[in-house]
Design a protein around this ligand. Structure first.
Ligand SMILES: Nc1ncnc2c1ncn2[C@@H]1O[C@H](COP(=O)(O)OP(=O)(O)OP(=O)(O)O)[C@@H](O)[C@H]1O
Length: 308
């Protein structure tokens, strides 16, 4: 568990981050969302002490971070930033193994970990482990950057706009991969983003920051359904609320018996995906893969309407 306790950072007497308190459960993804200058990066960097707090403290599993030397603390906390930050003259394998090497892991354990992570990120180890970063696509570089941050199984992974440089289509894939890998490894992740869609897609809990203050902390459904302030409502986008709710629900929840033609939709696809599949292909219903059921446009519309 990560406890952030009245964490404050002043610059020239003004708070960039103002008495923020929140508790992050182990094995979850938390997104910090806010407009530019709201203090997201400052909050994140105080956790691994790249920025020292003016007051307040952070405890990781009960131990205050100020009781540990910063460079040792940072070995326990992964950090991934926009742009991959890979060492250009080191191979993919050496990049991913950087922290385990610092921690003195034996060579075969590092090699096994590198291959495990590459496989998890859908990159064949025999093909990719000996390549250099310049020999990868942007999306692959970004995956290696995240794999590197996860390599030592850190207590916590901090990510600052990790997908900011990716084009929207790869970005969605990268988010889905991260979610799947996080579930597989049980990692605890704190991710900064200015993109509410990304937060809703990825996070178990969302922290909304405005002018240095934490204005709401809750699950995506809570934030969408009950925005605490007009600012949060604006971030969520009143007009998009039904669509955002559909993005949180799965096709299986509305599956019903009845006929449907055309390409199938996966039962764990979101209702938002199902809605776009219906609208795109002009169908009133879609067959649900692996079942004899269907999901209908009418049911999706009425579910969206019920929450609007
Ligand atoms: N080193 C610094 N010196 C002075 N002021 C700073 C410093 N770092 C950040 N600030 C100020 O603190 C405030 C919060 O900055 P921060 O980078 O945390 O915001 P952010 O929400 O991450 O913004 P962005 O999304 O644009 O990265 C801003 O007003 C910024 O100008």
């Amino acid at each position: 568990m990560i406890e952030i306790d009245r964490l404050t950072r002043l610059y020239d007497g003004k708070p960039a981050c103002d008495a923020v308190s929140m508790t992050i459960e182990t094995g979850t993804i938390t997104a910090i969302v806010g407009t530019s200058g709201s203090g997201k990066t400052t909050l994140l960097r105080m956790i691994n002490r790249l920025v020292e707090p003016s007051s307040g403290e952070v405890r990781i599993n009960g131990t205050p971070t100020h009781s540990e030397k910063p460079h040792l603390l940072r070995r326990r906390i992964g950090y991934a930033i926009q742009g991959h930050g890979l060492f250009p003259h080191h191979t993919v394998g050496r990049n991913i193994g950087a922290v385990p090497r610092l921690l003195g892991w034996p060579k075969d354990r590092i090699a096994a970990r590198v291959d495990e992570l590459l496989t998890l990120f859908s990159m064949d180890p025999s093909e990719f482990r000996d390549r250099f970063p310049a020999e990868l696509s942007g999306g692959q570089q970004q995956r290696v950057g995240v794999a590197r941050a996860l390599a030592s199984r850190p207590d916590l992974l901090l990510m600052d706009e990790p997908f900011g440089a990716l084009d929207p289509i790869i970005r969605t894939r990268a988010q889905d991969d991260l979610r799947q890998i996080q579930r597989h490894l049980g990692s605890t992740i704190l991710i900064v983003t200015h993109d509410m869609d990304e937060a809703i897609r990825l996070a178990d809990r969302i922290a909304v920051m405005d002018a240095g203050k934490l204005v709401q902390y809750g699950t995506p459904a809570e934030i969408i359904a009950h925005p605490a302030t007009p600012f949060v409502a604006e971030m969520v986008g009143e007009a998009d609320r039904p669509l955002r709710l559909l993005a949180l629900l799965q096709v299986s929840e509305l599956a019903e018996s009845g006929p449907a033609d055309g390409p199938e939709i996966a039962p764990d696809a979101t209702l938002r995906d199902a809605l776009s599949a219906c609208l795109w292909s002009g169908r009133e219903s879609l067959p649900v893969r692996g079942t004899t059921q269907r999901v209908t446009l009418e049911a999706i519309r009425s579910r969206a309407g019920a929450h609007a």
